[in-house]
Design a protein around this ligand. Structure first.
Ligand code: ATP
Length: 248
């Protein structure tokens, strides 16, 4: 796909739940520093793929190797985040420091400056003491992006980061994604808005329970590939066991 070293390598990976594969035949790499969209129909396995990279889902087969020594920052889908938890915006954002300072590491003066800067970068200065349960969807997403900023990770995974977010918030958060890319971080985002993908994401993985096309966005998002992906998801047998297609 590119001459850049791999940030993430997949070796004939199958990911699934129980013994049921959700995604299989993942073989390839995500180059370091790339800005990549993951697209595909509902149920194609996009979230499953991110969970495999983060490590919350262990492969049923194969291996996923991540080069990042300082970890991966991961933004799950909004529906997976419990907003009833009694937490202030400040504390939520400060959690971005945990990977470096540990759970009980304490917050230094420098950390406080970092938190203030992250809140300012997402336009949430003045929201520090607000309980997260009182935030709008867009404000919550801004707070979660501030937390990602503090994590300072070389690899950032975003699962549908702009779903149900208004145009202004989307534009502001997309600017942060561009900033991460300019800083040579690897950014992988699950997206449904193909216009946005064409506009802002140079690389794309089109997935339909297995990769359909992977590479330059303009080539991947051809009408033929999109139609093929839809047919592949519709034809997929959800009760199938692990497939050993490539095993001799
Ligand atoms: N925790 C789970 N237990 C069992 N099956 C699951 C689980 N999570 C996802 N699946 C199944 O794995 C398949 C892929 O789901 P996944 O959420 O990865 O798709 P997706 O491409 O992210 O879909 P969407 O665009 O709708 O968010 C689906 O058939 C789904 O029902």
């Amino acid at each position: 796909m590119s001459a850049a070293p791999a940030a993430i390598r997949f070796d004939e990976v199958t990911l699934g739940y129980g013994r049921r594969p959700a995604v299989h035949h993942l073989d390839g790499e995500i180059p370091a520093g790339c800005l990549m969209a993951v697209v595909g129909p509902n149920g194609a396995g996009k979230s499953t793929l991110l969970k495999g990279i983060v490590g919350t889902l262990k492969p049923l087969e194969g291996h996923i190797r991540c080069q990042a020594s300082r970890g991966i920052a991961y933004l799950p889908q909004a529906a997976e985040i419990d907003r009833s938890f009694p937490l202030s915006v400040y504390d939520l954002v400060a959690m971005g420091l945990w990977s470096r300072s540990g759970l009980f590491g304490g917050i230094s003066r420098q950390d406080r400056t970092g938190i203030d800067d992250a809140l300012a970068a997402v336009g949430l200065t003045g929201f520090e003491r607000r309980p997260i349960s009182t935030l709008s969807g867009g404000q919550m997403q801004r707070a979660l992006f501030a937390r990602l900023l503090l994590q300072d990770a070389p690899v950032i995974l975003l699962d549908e980061p702009f779903t149900a977010i208004d145009a202004k918030t989307t534009a502001d958060l997309l600017d942060l994604v561009r900033r991460w890319h300019a800083e040579s971080r690897t950014v992988v985002a699950v997206l449904h808005d193909l216009d946005m993908v064409r506009r802002a994401f140079p690389q794309t993985l089109l997935i339909a329970r297995e990769p359909v096309a992977w590479g330059e966005t303009i080539e991947v998002l051809s009408p033929e590939n999109l139609l093929k992906a839809r047919h592949m998801v519709e034809a997929y047998d959800p009760h199938a066991d692990v497939c050993h297609r490539n095993v001799a």
